[in-house]
Ligand binder design. Structure first.
Ligand code: UDP
Length: 462
């Protein structure tokens, strides 16, 4: 009895308008959501910026509407620069989006448009849509726990947890949001404090203005956190994740995936390979890259490592990162280095036995759902909080380096612990259990499947 978009409208397809934030970790879940909505009969129109714009040819089933962002060049990958970029994109796109949206509304018959689903970081677009009487839903691409942290942020500032004044405060437990410590909250030190407050307040405002919050998480992973959000927010919350299980390989990759690594995985022993990737934005110093490389080499464990251009901090986003001299010779036949991998397929591959990750939410959720235990090295934003849940709530991994400088001996020992140690084996067992729990949520009449039905019904009722 799944809701479909033509129901009640004489068989005419109804339109859902989408506007992703133009970063990889936000584009992927929005395109997966597009796949879910399209499969349920909705026509999909995607508004997008020129910056990190999608390849329309890969999605002939959707309509694309470019919104000029009037901004020159890409931001550097430094986190304060990304936050400023997100805030500036909102302002830069507002007027152009109003004009494009009005044009789309004039073209489609008015009752054919159901709503705009915008990324939580696009408050200005939510406001524009509301002024044009278009209902909105908000997609927040992080965890429920992370969003609960956004909601509680002003309170946590009032209570003196933030901004962090001294490093000794970082380990203070946040009683209002266990198991977070201060270091696990989104923060950027006192210089960036106002900027973070602004970013998070806007995301919460976007949700409060809208008719629903869509989260890429699921009941078996975050039931208490979802219950808290439902108590604290006056809008419906749809926990429809993990979205990649409903709409895999959504074709939103900004970098070209190197698929040859899958063939190499095909000839490796089951669960023998460590997959290493720090996502699309995190960067590391040159020394840390070297220590990481020698730690991987010294561990003796087979590996697939994503070394994307721009991985070294302060370099141009397209500048290839150079691995230390002698690394290739030292690891020949035992590892593969690529610039970008088909991550969903890699994590699903039977040869992969562990994931060294920066704990972006997509990577974390993808790993959990494939039953792959994690070595955590969070860099910024929500990644510290995600790593905290991996280690202390789900117990399917542990942090390497504790936020300090990495050293090759630490890396070697951590990799061995995860891949061949007895507690690594226990984490793998728990990861398999979580994988089964995730499969139940996404399966027939599972909580996420039911949430999708509720979400589509809700969208069609707007
Ligand atoms: N990803 C990928 N290939 C790679 C590395 C990452 O396809 O080599 C995808 C990954 O599957 C995930 C997204 O890029 O969906 C990264 O999002 P995440 O939230 O993990 O991190 P971010 O890039 O936002 O820091």
């Amino acid at each position: 009895a799944a809701a479909t978009a033509s129901a009640g409208h004489g068989g005419r397809r109804r339109h859902v308008l989408l506007f992703p934030l133009p970063y990889q970790g936000h584009i992927n879940p929005m395109f997966r959501l597009a796949g879910v909505l399209h499969a349920r009969g909705c026509a999909v129109t995607v508004f997008h910026t020129r910056f990190n714009g999608p390849d329309a040819a890969r999605h002939p089933e959707y309509r694309f509407v470019p919104v000029p962002d009037g901004m020159s060049g890409a931001p550097s990958v430094a986190i304060d620069s990304v936050v400023k970029h997100i805030l500036a994109l909102n302002d830069a796109c507002e007027a152009a989006f109003r004009e494009r949206l009005a044009a789309v509304l004039a073209e489609y018959s008015r009752d054919a448009v159901t709503c705009l689903v915008a990324d939580a970081h696009l408050l200005r677009m939510v406001e524009v849509a509301r002024r044009l009487a278009v209902p909105t839903l908000v997609l927040r691409t992080g965890s429920a726990a992370c969003f609960a942290g956004f909601v509680a942020y002003p309170l946590l500032c009032d209570k003196g947890y933030l901004p962090v004044q001294e490093s000794s405060e970082l380990d203070r437990p946040v009683r209002e949001l266990p198991p977070y410590r201060v270091r696990d909250l989104m923060h950027m030190g006192s210089d960036g404090h106002e900027l973070v407050c602004e970013l998070l307040a806007r995301a919460v405002a976007a949700v409060k203005l809208s008719s629903g919050l869509i989260l890429n998480t699921f009941d078996a992973l975050e039931a208490p956190e979802l219950a808290k959000l439902r108590r604290d927010l006056a809008v419906p919350v749809f926990d429809i994740g993990p979205l990649h299980k409903f709409s895999p390989a959504a074709g939103g990759s900004l970098l070209r995936e190197n698929r040859s690594c899958l063939e190499w995985l095909d000839v490796q022993a089951p669960e023998s390979v460590l997959y290493v990737s720090f996502g699309s934005l995190a960067c590391m110093g040159g020394r840390e890259l070297d220590e990481t490389a020698w730690g991987i080499a010294g561990s003796g464990v087979p590996f697939l490592w994503v070394v994307r251009p721009g991985l070294v901090c302060g370099r141009a986003p397209d500048e290839p990162a150079r691995l230390p001299e002698g690394f290739e010779a030292a690891t020949r036949g035992r590892g593969v280095v690529v610039e970008w991998a088909p991550q969903e397929e890699v994590l699903r591959h039977r040869a992969v036995g562990g994931f060294w990750t920066h704990n972006g939410w997509n990577s974390t959720a993808e790993s959990v759902c494939e039953g792959v235990p994690m070595l955590c090295r969070p860099h910024f934003g929500d990644q510290m909080g995600n790593a905290r849940y991996v280690e202390h709530v789900w117990k399917v991994g542990f942090e390497v380096g504790d936020g300090g400088e990495l050293e090759r001996g630490t890396v070697e020992a951590a990799i061995r612990r995860l891949m061949t140690g007895s507690d690594g084996a226990e984490m793998r067992t728990r990861a398999r259990e979580l994988k089964m729990a995730a499969a139940e949520c996404t399966g027939n009449a599972g909580s996420s499947e039911l949430a999708i039905v509720r979400m589509v019904t809700h969208i069609l009722s707007l």
